[in-house]
Design a protein around this ligand. Structure first.
Ligand SMILES: Nc1nc2c(c(=O)[nH]1)N[C@H]1C(S)=C(S)[C@@H](COP(=O)(O)O)O[C@H]1N2
Ligand SMILES: [Mo]
Length: 315
């Protein structure tokens, strides 16, 4: 009985555990200088990050920092939306290295400092969870393509595989008798998806390094795909010629595919994907529901990647 994503109840009965009021507006005019410096209050463990503005950002209203950092999916820390924040206090995101290997000319490890030295951009992206809720999040990160360039993928490489850290001592959801998923959490992209300019490795949000619950210190963000593709706390990136296994596809192959492009026309077997709730906008159902956009609104940029592919068959 693997699929906990979300609980096995009818969509109409789901009540989010915690939907907080939108208490904080975004820093007015923060973008004006071109360089953004956020965060007057930096919580313990978080450091301020600077990132340049990006034309890829949406100007939609941001989801509050409180919601972005308190309503999370990170099963390594538990199944509840509040678990990742409440139960990740022991997790140590520094020091950190990411190993990049497989079909590349120059396999190597990147220390966290080296990742932070890439030119960071602020990317304000919509994020659409397969559970039919969404957020607008100001990430700080850099294109994954820039990292791939450093290791020089071989011509034979066709896919990129990603792996999350395994640390049962620091991640309570990975320890104990009940195991929700098989660890490590793994994900994958086609190489052309991985190299698309919208695909980033994120190191921060709201102008600070990532909180543990959001995937510290480094996670993937692929804004046209369902949120589960955005693997957190990455320790390994492997270039390969075979389509990599992906955690939710392993857990429930009839419910979650490899591509997982946001698609309002392909329903989840247990609920509709035609609409979504923007977290922070009030009730989970009813008037605040908004239509879900093909490719989460990034159709113009990415639809061409899938010419000739039957997205219904390749959900
Ligand atoms: N390692 C790992 N990565 C993960 C998950 C997870 O459980 N473990 N959950 C995914 C899901 S379902 C979503 S919607 C996003 C949530 O990201 P956020 O909590 O930063 O909003 O992370 C994704 N990445
Ligand atoms: Mo999700």
């Amino acid at each position: 009985m693997p699929a906990y994503h979300p609980p096995r109840i009818a969509a109409g009965e789901i009540t989010p555990e915690s939907i907080f009021l939108n208490r904080r507006g975004f820093l007015a005019g923060a973008g004006a200088a071109g360089l953004l410096a956020f965060g007057s209050s930096v919580p313990a463990g978080a450091a301020a990050l600077k990132a340049s503005e990006s034309p890829f950002s949406t100007d939609e209203k941001l989801t509050s920092e409180d919601d972005v950092t308190a309503y999370n999916n990170f099963y390594e820390f538990g199944l509840g939306k509040g678990d990742p924040k409440a139960k990740s206090g022991k997790f140590k995101p520094t020091p950190w290295t990411v190993k990049v290997d497989g079909m590349v000319s120059k396999p190597r490890e990147f220390g966290l400092e080296e990742l932070l030295a890439f030119p960071l951009e602020e990317r304000i992206y919509r994020m659409r969870c397969v559970e039919a809720w969404s957020m607008v999040i100001p990430w700080a990160g850099f294109p994954l393509a820039a990292l791939l360039d450093k290791v020089e993928p071989l011509g034979s490489a066709k896919y990129v595989a990603f792996e999350t850290v395994v640390r049962p001592d620091e991640m309570p959801g990975q320890g104990g008798f009940f195991q929700s998923l098989a660890w490590p959490y793994v994900e994958g992209l086609r190489l052309d998806e991985a190299r698309h300019p919208l695909t980033i490795l994120a190191l921060g949000l709201y102008g600070k390094t990532l909180p543990n619950q959001n995937g510290a210190p480094v996670r993937l963000v692929v804004p046209w795909k369902y949120g589960f593709k955005g693997i957190k706390s990455i320790v390994r990136i492997t270039l390969t010629d075979k389509q990599p296994p992906t955690t939710w596809n392993i857990a429930a192959p009839n419910e979650y595919g490899f591509y997982a492009n946001v698609n309002p026309a392909v329903d989840h077997p247990r609920w509709s994907q035609a609409s979504e709730t923007r977290i922070g906008e009030g009730g989970f159902f009813g008037a605040n529901r908004r239509p879900t956009l093909p490719f989460n609104g990034y159709e113009e940029e990415v639809a061409k990647l899938y010419a000739g592919l039957d997205l219904k068959a390749n959900f």
